[in-house]
Design a protein around this ligand. Structure first.
Ligand code: NAD
Length: 504
């Protein structure tokens, strides 16, 4: 059964590649080559082969896409539709994703290397749910009337912000795009999406599916290209009203700079992380704690912004806990992403592989003890594979504890007291997620409150839902994707004062 299933995905990949993948931009409802005809190779990390040639958008293409988005916004072909009508299109858009599940999942896996199992069971359904959820929400939100005196009426309304530039990373290409598209489109904005140059393929299909669902032309445009070209042009554009950015802290800094150098557009940054997951000795199910610590760390090859990459373990249980981790880690050995049983696939590209290997070397050089992994794997495939790696004896000052590795590398840091655990956890430039494992309710609440993080997990690490905000504090950014709060980013509050004269 599994073998058949495996062959099916390889067969489907071959068929798709034989048919050819359209790498042209989508602007104003149509496919276009880049204005100057430039292309870049899209290389699959599964086996190192070129799977598509993609339009390399630059400033001229961004200008065209923004002009199209602006025209669509100004004539109100989308923003002017009643919320209930926009809802219908968003729900149809979600249905299009579901109908194209296999194709989208395959594109995502071939493009950035995640296991097909995850693309099918998580990336496509979660992206569809996100679009549907924001669509369904938009006709259930009421505006406000301020509690003023009799002689005036003050309306507080939300209005679409205008043209939104969405710039997203490669680790969850379709899902990160949907976290921007859901609230931005449902609220009535027009969007120009710049996907990562490392994973542009599903974004282009999303734009086609949106058109098929009835989204008017020009409302959603996709310009693939490089960060320093298309990305910079979009973020510097004088006619873009807001940037919804997800990516590294380094690039997030630039976003603020682009804004200050152009039109002071709003910038919402969803950035990197180095999340601390703290296991106290009083937790009674250490097998589950270990399995979750490993599973959450190695999911998506460790290429998750909220991966619990610093594992803080209380001294008295540390030896036994590290043994459990070392025993569990081989279950996550890298394998063919198109094999339905694979749980850990390929890293996105050779650059990322070298970055991860460089961090592993730095852990060794700084004196941490490698208890699992620590090397490249499956090199004969031509793809990008690194064995899941666990370091024990890590000091929080080490590079592997301070910097975001964005690969399958877990750093175990031992601590003695609760106060020490909190101090270590907060001694980071980042503040995205954190975890606490304790059966002591007072401790669990105390520590959750003290942790500097946008989300704290207690006695689990994998709960997630579109209904809750996702985002960080400190250098993990300022925005919140998901939940109704995401509408705050893509709408402006407007106050309208009206004078009410008395009857005489
Ligand atoms: P990145 O910052 O290199 O790139 C992100 C996007 O920005 C890409 O589309 C890229 O082309 C563009 N870009 C790069 N340089 C640019 C420039 N000079 N000007 C304009 N645009 C530019 O990040 P990445 O390597 O693609 O993604 C990994 C990062 O994303 C990690 O730090 C990860 O933690 C973060 N991330 C955060 C979240 C979150 O919700 N907080 C979610 C997923 C990923």
């Amino acid at each position: 059964m599994t073998e058949n299933f495996n062959r099916i995905w390889h067969q489907r990949a071959d068929d798709l590649l034989k048919r050819g993948i359209d790498g042209r931009m989508v602007i104003d409802g149509r496919r276009w080559a880049a204005t100057d005809g430039s292309l870049f190779d899209c290389i699959s990390p599964v086996d190192g082969k070129v799977i598509a040639r993609v339009a390399r958008g630059k400033a001229a293409d961004i200008d065209r896409a923004v002009a199209s988005a602006r025209a669509a916004f100004n004539d109100r072909r989308w923003a002017g539709q009643p919320p209930a009508a926009r809802k219908k299109v968003m729900v149809a858009f979600a249905e299009q994703l579901r109908a194209a599940r296999d194709e989208l999942a395959l594109l995502e896996t071939l493009d950035m290397g995640k296991p097909i199992k995850n693309s099918l069971s998580t990336d496509v359904p979660s992206a569809a749910r996100c679009l549907q959820w924001f669509g369904e929400a938009v006709d259930k939100i009421y505006d406000e009337i301020a509690p003023t005196g009799d002689n005036a009426l003050a309306l507080i309304t939300r209005q679409a912000i205008g043209v939104v530039g969405a710039i997203v990373p490669w680790n969850y290409p379709m899902l990160m795009a949907s976290w921007k598209l859901g609230p931005a489109l449902a609220a009535g904005n027009s969007v120009v999406l710049k996907p990562s140059e490392k994973s542009p393929l599903t974004a282009l299909r999303l734009a086609e599916l949106a058109l098929e669902a009835g989204l008017p032309e020009g409302v959603f445009n996709v310009v693939p290209g490089f960060g320093h070209e298309a990305g910079e042009a979009l973020a510097l554009h004088m006619d873009v009203d807001a940037i919804g950015f997800t990516g590294s802290t380094r690039t997030g800094r630039r976003m603020l700079d682009y804004s200050s150098r152009s039109n002071l557009k709003r910038v919402y940054n969803e950035l990197g992380g180095k999340s601390a997951n703290i296991v106290f000795a009083d937790f009674d199910d250490l097998d589950r704690a270990a399995a979750t610590a490993i599973g959450s760390m190695f999911y998506n090859q460790g290429e998750s912004c909220n991966a619990p990459s610093r594992l803080l373990v209380q001294d008295s249980i540390a030896d036994a806990f590290v043994e459990k981790l070392a025993a569990l880690t081989p279950q996550y050995h890298p394998a063919d992403p198109l094999d339905a049983s694979t749980v850990l696939g390929a890293l996105v590209d050779e650059t990322q592989t070298q970055t991860v290997l460089g961090y592993i070397q730095s852990g060794v050089d700084e004196g941490a003890r490698c208890v699992a992994g620590g090397c490249r794997a499956l090199q004969e495939t031509g793809g990008q594979y690194v064995a899941p790696t666990v370091f024990d004896g890590v000091k929080n000052s080490m590079k592997i504890a301070q910097e975001e590795i964005f690969g399958p590398v877990l750093a175990v840091i031992r601590f003695k007291t609760e106060a020490e655990a909190v101090a270590i956890a907060n001694d980071s430039a980042y503040g995205l997620h954190a975890g606490v494992w304790s059966r002591n309710i007072d401790r669990a609440v105390r520590v959750s409150r003290a942790l500097q993080a946008g989300t704290v997990h207690v006695n689990q690490y994998d709960e997630d839902d579109i209904t809750v905000p996702f985002g960080g504090v400190k250098q993990s950014g300022n925005g919140r994707d998901k939940s109704l709060h995401a509408f705050d980013k893509y709408t402006e509050l407007k106050t309208t004062w009206m004078r009410i004269d008395s009857a005489n």
